[in-house]
Design a protein around this ligand. Structure first.
Ligand code: NAD
Ligand code: WQD
Length: 366
């Protein structure tokens, strides 16, 4: 019998597909809802190829509350939700803010309403380190702890802060109402997981990030330079006050991130803490130049780059202090930057068209 059944919104997306895999590998059943706005249903096949179990999949938009409700009604065994579905392009969020608030905030409210109607009371939410904004504006906040003041610098980040607030208000109200009704233990629980910079792919080389649009994150772009799809990487600024002048990020392997979700879900089920935020990062910061070097090493040659102006809205340093998650969730990253680079390169090199092509037979047989 399954340990539990988890509804995963955005489960065919990058982080959602890896978390679905981790859940299935650890005895959970999974029901995915995803609109396929930024992903492919092929991810479901790859999950099954790797672990031998298939999640249930529905093509549902989370802003369609009736359709979402029907999924809960059809699966009364759902006892928890991991909520990934969102729009996530920082630049685009400033151009079409209403759409970002409608999908990210509106979709989350619909989801919470469905959960309430169907008595599902555990939610793990995909937040982001972007909620902290420029943490260097506050003294002594690098590496960034959860109590670092929030201060997002873009619309996407503000949607994440709003959803954190909606979830927190809802859960605290539920607790108060249950206490009044004499049911103090019958309350909701929420994990607000603030991820730093997810990267990497599955070591099998058959599962990885396959966005529908043009990538804008550092490692996927380095992958395109390595395959020759792009001539060179543009380095956004080498005049930051860092060890080599380029900005610092905390890159976390997507497999470690997925296991962080499992740890958070198990913690909610065992400890019923109410609502709480945890950073999911390695605690180790790397500069852009260090990333170019690490990726060039696995590719086996120097990758061309050119230093250009700083990118608008970028900050100097986003390195996590993951001590709280290490202690409470008994979780910490296991994989290195080198693992992430090697796994990403295996994925990119073998699947230049992502899920739009079959992987090489030798990888499928392995
Ligand atoms: P992704 O785009 O690969 O996954 C998101 C999934 O949600 C996609 O499969 C997409 O089709 C789906 N989706 C979008 N709108 C939907 C809707 N209205 N209804 C149903 N499904 C919808 O992105 P990801 O990198 O896997 O990110 C997952 C979550 O983690 C997002 O909430 C994102 O904001 C958050 N996050 C991502 C990063 C990152 O760098 N990748 C960092 C921090 C937080
Ligand atoms: C990393 C570093 C760039 C591209 C974004 C979102 C954040 C989160 C993760 C969702 C930066 C530099 C990049 C390039 C470069 N997503 N860079 N040349 O900006 O840290 O975070 O993704 O929640 O909210 O903002 O990630 O991968 O874009 O950049 O020099 O072509 O690489 O300046 O220092 P970022 P990134």
């Amino acid at each position: 019998m399954a340990v539990g059944t988890v509804l995963v919104t955005g489960g065919t997306g990058y982080i959602g597909s890896f978390t679905t895999l981790a859940l299935l590998e650890n005895g959970y059943d999974v029901v995915i809802v995803d609109s396929l706005y930024n992903s492919s249903q092929v991810a479901v096949d790859r999950i099954e190829l790797i672990c031998g179990k298939r999640p249930v999949f529905y093509q549902v938009d989370i802003t369609d509350e009736a359709a979402l409700d029907a999924v809960f009604a059809k699966h009364p065994e759902i006892d928890s939700v991991i909520h990934f579905a969102a729009l996530k392009a920082v630049g685009e969020s400033g151009e079409i803010p209403l759409e970002y608030y409608r999908v990210n905030v509106g979709g989350s409210i619909s989801l919470l309403r469905c959960m309430e109607r169907h008595n599902v009371s555990n939610i793990v939410f995909s937040s982001s380190a972007t909620v902290y904004g420029d943490a260097t504006r506050v003294p002594n906040m690098i590496p960034i702890p959860e109590h670092c003041p929030i201060g997002p610098t873009n619309t996407y980040g503000r949607t994440k802060v709003m959803i954190e607030t909606v979830i927190t208000d809802h859960i605290e109200a539920q607790r108060r109402n249950n206490q009044k009704a004499g049911k103090p233990y019958d309350h909701w629980n929420g994990a607000l997981l603030r991820y730093f910079n997810p990267c990497g792919a599955h070591p099998s080389g058959i599962m990885g990030e396959d966005p529908q649009g043009v990538p804008y994150n550092l490692l996927p772009l380095l992958g395109k330079v390595a395959t020759g799809e792009r001539e060179k990487l543009q380095v956004f600024g080498d005049d930051y006050p860092s060890r080599d002048g380029t900005a610092i990020r905390d890159y976390i392997h997507v497999l470690d991130l997925a296991s962080g979700h499992l740890a958070a879900l198990n913690y909610l089920r065992e400890h019923k803490p109410g609502v709480k935020a945890w950073n999911l990062g390695s605690g180790r910061g790397s500069t852009v130049f260090e990333m170019i070097k690490a990726f060039s090493k696995v590719v086996g040659r120097d990758l061309p780059y050119q230093v250009v102006e700083r990118r608008l809205g970028d900050v100097l340093d986003l390195t996590a202090n993951p001590a709280l998650a290490n202690k409470e969730l008994k979780w910490k990253t296991q994989l290195t930057l080198e693992d992430a680079c090697a796994d990403l390169w295996r994925w990119v090199k073998n699947n230049p068209k992502g899920y739009r092509q079959e992987p090489p037979a030798e990888l499928l047989e392995a």
